[in-house]
Design a protein. Structure first.
Length: 142
């Protein structure tokens, strides 16, 4: 049995998911929709030329379809050819792998976000979500 850690002592790298699925900034919204449908993700990092340039959430995708007052099949199909660049958020909240989990949780609560990228020297190394933190805390309490 491993050493138990309190939330204060635990690090982001202890709880984060390191198998990161990301999308390119030029990915179509149609392809983004398929990725969201095929995976249980709420947020995806957006990569351009190997660098994190933004994040895109299911909510960002939904916003692309409610901007116009008239929702028709034609506007829906037109929106599907838009790119992730058009809907992503570039104001990125992130943490480092050696940050305390408490810092990640505080940022999630304060900014009302479900997950955030984990960066090590500007390199995307993982994602930490509310679920990761909850599973880690439950696991560590056993």
């Amino acid at each position: 049995m491993g050493t138990k850690k309190t939330m204060k002592e635990a690090l982001v790298k202890d709880a984060m998911s390191s198998n990161v699925v990301s999308v390119a900034s030029q990915t179509s919204l149609k392809d983004l929709l398929a990725i969201f449908e095929d995976n249980d993700f709420n947020m995806l990092p957006v990569i351009r030329e190997g660098k994190l340039v933004g994040v895109v959430t299911k909510l960002d995708l939904l916003r692309a379809f409610v901007v116009e007052r008239t929702f028709t099949k034609a506007t829906y199909l037109n929106n599907l050819v838009d790119k992730v660049d058009d809907v992503m958020c570039t104001d990125i909240e992130s943490v480092g792998p050696n940050d305390s989990i408490r810092i990640a949780v505080e940022s999630m609560v304060e900014n009302k976000i479900r997950s955030m990228p984990v960066l090590d020297d500007d390199k995307l190394v993982g994602i930490i979500s509310r679920g990761d933190v909850m599973r880690f805390l439950v696991f560590e309490d056993e």
